[in-house]
Design a protein around this ligand. Sequence first.
Ligand SMILES: *[C@@H]1O[C@H](CO)[C@@H](O)[C@H](O)[C@H]1NC(C)=O
Ligand SMILES: *[C@@H]1O[C@H](CO)[C@@H](O)[C@H](O)[C@H]1NC(C)=O
Ligand SMILES: *[C@@H]1O[C@H](CO)[C@@H](O)[C@H](O)[C@H]1NC(C)=O
Ligand SMILES: *[C@@H]1O[C@H](CO)[C@@H](O)[C@H](O)[C@H]1NC(C)=O
Length: 886
Amino acid sequence: MDTFRRRRSSSDAEESGVYGSQSGIINTRVRIYTMLTIGTILCYMYYGYQSSGFRGYQYKIFGTVKAPNNEFPVAVPEPHTTVVEVDVTKTISTVFEAAPTLAPGKSNFWLANMEHRGVAPYHSDKKYQVFRNVFDFGAKGDGVTDDTAAINAAITAGERCGEGCDSSTISPAVVFFPPGRYLVSASIVALYYTQLVGDPLDMPILLASKNFGGWAVIDTDPYDPPGRNWYINQNNFFRAIRNFVIDLTLMDPSKGVGIHHQVAQATSIYNVIFKMHDSEGTQQRGIFMDNGSGGFLSSLKFYGGDCGAFLGNQQFTTINLEFYNCKTAIYMNWDWVWLLKSIKIRNCGIGIDISNGGPDDIHTGSVLLLDSYIEDTDIAIKTFRTKESTPPAAGTLVIQNLVISGVKTTVSGWKDEEIFGGNEKGRNTTIPFWGHGKGYSDHLPHGDDINVVADETVDAIPVALKDSAGKILERPRPLYRHITPNRFVSVRAAGAVGDGVADDTAAIQEILNANGNTPPGQKKRIIFFDYGVYRVTQTIYVPPNTYIVGEMWTVIMSSGSFFNDAKNPKPLFLVGKPGEEGTVEISDMLFQTQGPAAGAILMEWNIRSPQGQNVSGMWDVHFRVGGSAGTNLQDPKCIKKPDDQVNPHIDDDCVSAFMLLHIGKTASLMMENMWIWTSDHDLDSPKHEQITIYTGRGLLCEAELGPVWMYGHAVEHNVLYNYQLANTKNIFMGVIQTETPYYQSNPRALQPFPPVAEYFDPDFETVCGTLPPDQVSMCEKSWGLRILNSTDVFAFGAGLYSFFENYKTDCIEKRECQRTMVMIDGDRKSDVVSSRSNIWLMGLVTIGTQNMASWTRGSGDGEQVSVSALDNNRAGFTDTVGLILL
Ligand SMILES: *[C@@H]1O[C@H](CO)[C@@H](O)[C@H](O)[C@H]1NC(C)=O
Ligand SMILES: *[C@@H]1O[C@H](CO)[C@@H](O)[C@H](O)[C@H]1NC(C)=O
Ligand SMILES: *[C@@H]1O[C@H](CO)[C@@H](O)[C@H](O)[C@H]1NC(C)=O
Ligand SMILES: *[C@@H]1O[C@H](CO)[C@@H](O)[C@H](O)[C@H]1NC(C)=O
């Protein structure tokens, strides 16, 4: 989270004009050619051609690919099996015709047919109900009865976190909707800590009535009449909406919004269809997102509307979105960094509009468009970025693997200038790579325009990261649609307690031993963690071929002295031992520590999925350390003390973990929508005070072969670093996000965890020791991202922020909260493109830091190269670079 309201200051532009000629693609191609070749030992073949049916230019830059060197025998990975579990074809037809096939209120989905044993141990009401079925609260789902009051009653039952509460982790609710047509006349208000879940086998339809009185059918953050939000947008965590159809077509076309979604980390919308008017005068919008901090959308379909998705947020990840017959598919109101992956747009006026604010005040920081398809649409992307536009780095755009068909203009600029032409109907043209923004590399330390078409990344992305169709692999969260309830094992029924007090170690281990490790091909059991807080006092081992699903972020909490020895760190969940193979799936779980926990590693992941099997993964799994009920790492004990010189009086009771996630040498792993958070404030105390707690390390990835995918991923507030990649390769990140601890440099990053060589801890003394004394405290701060001796790393969006110096924010504007955010060390060469490490940081966005990234040129004691935030990289509140390529 961050405590900031966005600012759109653009008057701070330094000199403009570094950005190259955009109509003169000819000039730019020379420049990019220079960027990729000068000083490299390999030559590139380069040519441009204009394809007959393709209005615009297409240039290719090929790297000479060397056969893998015999000294380094490397297994050539094959693509994994792609699994797309989302099948919405059936539901599309039910939207408009078929009546439910089951008796009212009945569902074939396992979740509806389980006994509901979840408990909320910290709630004062001992009968508090976690799971709610809207039919039990009087909803009829018959398309005639007004179900608004019944649905809202199901959500609000029990004492929950509504208006004026801001946040609370003690009153979770899963609200289930059986198949049906639910007529609603006012907003369904999704309270904090709520999951709204429909039956995915026959998705419930939320039908806005003709006289619908509210603004949005589902509202995650209502405005009260003076215009104030119920929840602070950047702190509006922990929500999920999945498996619905939202139909606005009974309403007048001049109004109606599907979901008002103003949210922050640990939130998702998944598998939802929006049906809107597509008449000329339609003003309807599927999603209206005004602001917030982070989140994840996937597997959504939008039909009609003035705008399918109206978007505004700091950083966000959206994958697998389809738009049909929208006037504008995606309207980007503002952002810092946004990944749009696997977007399909068909028959729309404008595909993606990033022109808001005009050339003098561009509101979009950066957009990464990856693996997408746009058909029969006038303008694929509309931008007002020009060589004079301000802020200078705003409007950064990177396109990778975009297929267009019947698109009149691919990129349209200020005053309708055609920056990038289109093609005719019925013909597919692939745009392998195109960038609009600044690029840096070893040989281009001062940055230059990346306005170019090249197929570099297509060739450069290793097959290990891709699916069989050549796109970066996705694996949507498993819903276990067709698995019957008798194959779900309730942990509470099987002897675990989950009350936050009992020691559940032995019970959980027995359940995993008995029900995990199903050999491939045999009928697997799914281990269902009924909601609760499961206290664990020793490592839990998760064997290969084990499937775990929680209920609304079921909590596993480490506790006791076993986890409090920093010299002898211990994992809480050990997912496979090093070298073990198989598939493990974990979704909807939450991991935390009970402090103090100086030796806790929340998870060590070693399992590797063999070729041809589904990749292992975690979906909507969050780590939340401190700042919530039961953790003992809270206000008042660990309240911030910015006025005390903390060092050397660090409170051992506020040491919260050794490391959060350790991805081992043999691992491969898919992660989607994960928020790995050492808390900066207390979610449960009445005033939500800021707290100072110490987690040594965020995510350490040592996977020697990878592949590792991180979709919609964040790691925040850890002492030595947030992300560290060491001796690894085949890594996909998009979007990742970090924040430096607010208390640093009181104490500095060297406290309270002495560096351990075995974990490749940063040596701040060496890096910062030679600086002038007044610079040292700015330098000894947590790295946002540290890449050591690694190759084939692809970041499609990284928002890495340093907002504070000892809880004060004056340092932001001067970019003096931190000296350097990203450190890349080592000169190992890729097996894919043998001339370089093949590290691509695209859409790198920093705040409060002097140097956005830094690396050593060449091997050994080469010259240090730094990308300065002040090198005309302002994008308003942030600093933004299109591409760093090493
Ligand atoms: C959030 O967005 C709304 C609508 O664009 C705007 O009026 C409001 O000022 C924004 N709030 C913040 C905190 O930026
Ligand atoms: C163009 O690509 C789309 C999406 O992959 C595919 O469905 C379509 O069949 C292709 N059209 C042609 C003419 O190849
Ligand atoms: C992958 O997972 C899907 C759905 O969970 C399953 O149907 C399929 O059999 C799995 N594939 C393999 C190769 O295990
Ligand atoms: C770099 O990584 C490679 C491959 O993992 C390894 O063999 C080598 O020892 C590493 N080099 C250093 C200096 O750690």
